[in-house]
Write a protein that binds this ligand. Structure first.
Ligand code: COI
Length: 357
């Protein structure tokens, strides 16, 4: 048991590391797993001790409610290693808070902050050799919680598992992406779970994204479920557009995820004096701006992809290309954010969190 933490953490170290099997010069996103996972069970109305143990399968009752009613929420985070070998997280308390916001919406128990933070830091210290040091690579961290309690009654489970698994990862996308503006399907609706990081929100994207891919697009731009006129998100990311020099992003709502990268970009833009508008915007506005040349950029923002520039979009059978820009906002924000994340620059906002002593 660790002596430094405030909660009981039991650590069983793997005797068979698979670290040597991974090519760190050629890291796909999210494919490899590290040697250990963290598991904590909720039962009898409380969270039990935290266990860090060798990476292994999780055995569940076939009636576990995750399988039937989809009670499952997750977070996406990254751990970075700087030149000196110190380990950093980026705004981890935002993820910890959001996990509980998501959990509440799905009638799941809140996880106390110490279980999340102390458990995560202990796991990262154990997995420190798994954190890539090359630019563009990091240790993707996936905390998740799901209903392990069993029963076919459609009601919340009485048992849950909180798990953290990690994956040494390279970039999520290899280059610019071409997107299709969705006219029929929606990822979220008012009063629904769109703002939560619920597994089902992502499952609901797979079929429309598959249809878009068949038509030669890589991702779907989500529009509002009511009119399909307002632009809301880009694939599994928040969306930003630049019209002339104004940066625009949709406001968070029942339907839009309160992304950590999204809010960091808004703060950085304000700090840099970039005129920023957090407001609803329509497809019409984009098409008019594209026609008169004022539409300069569209990019997605999220933890996994950081910032993903969009090369063009399709709508109602027509393609609209975006210009190639020098010194784009996408490149500038990506540099500003990753410089903070990898401890390459001063952190004026206090976003960096040191894991190692
Ligand atoms: C992330 O950006 O970390 C996410 O959670 C999106 C995921 C679908 C890769």
């Amino acid at each position: 048991m660790s002596t430094k933490t405030r909660i009981p953490i039991h650590v069983k170290v793997s005797t068979q590391s698979i670290l040597h099997k991974v090519d760190f010069n050629n890291l796909p996103f999210g494919k490899h797993h590290t040697d250990h996972i963290l598991v904590c069970e909720y039962k009898d109305g409380q969270w039990q001790d935290v266990h860090i143990k060798p990476y292994q399968d999780i055995t569940l009752d076939p009636a576990a409610k995750i399988f039937h009613y989809g009670q499952s929420v997750f977070e996406g985070m990254k751990a970075y290693k700087d030149k000196k070998g110190d380990i950093w997280l980026f705004r981890p308390f935002e993820n910890q808070k959001r996990l509980n916001i998501s959990a509440e919406r799905l009638a799941m128990p809140a996880l106390p902050q110490a279980y999340f933070m102390d458990g995560l830091c202990e796991l990262l210290k154990l997995e420190k050799d798994w954190i890539p040091q090359t630019d563009g690579s990091s240790l993707y961290v996936r905390p998740f919680m799901f209903a392990s309690g069993a029963g076919f009654h459609a009601s919340p489970a009485d048992k849950y598992l909180f798990v953290i698994a990690c994956s040494p990862s390279g970039p999520y996308f290899s280059g610019k992406i071409k997107v299709l503006i969705e006219e029929k399907y929606a990822r979220a609706a008012n009063g629904g779970v769109g703002f939560a990081k619920a597994g089902g929100n992502y499952a609901a994207q797979f079929f429309p994204t598959h249809l878009a891919k068949e038509r030669g697009y890589e991702q779907v731009i989500w529009t509002d479920d009511n009119t399909h006129q307002y632009i809301e998100e880009a694939g599994a990311m928040n969306i930003f557009v630049r019209i002339n020099d104004t940066l625009i992003t949709s406001p968070t709502s029942d339907r839009i995820l309160d992304g950590v990268t999204r809010k960091s970009i808004i703060d950085l833009a304000k700090y840099k004096g970039i005129h920023t508008e957090v407001r609803r915007f329509t497809i019409d506005e984009l098409i008019k701006a594209s026609a008169n040349g004022s539409l300069k950029e569209i990019f997605g923002a999220g933890t996994a992809a950081v910032i993903s520039p969009i090369s063009g979009f399709g709508y109602k059978g027509k393609d609209y290309a975006l210009p190639e820009l020098e010194n784009s906002y996408a490149d500038r924000f990506k540099k500003m954010i990753t410089d903070i994340q990898y401890n390459r620059t001063e952190d004026k906002f206090g976003w960096r969190y040191k894991v190692t002593e």
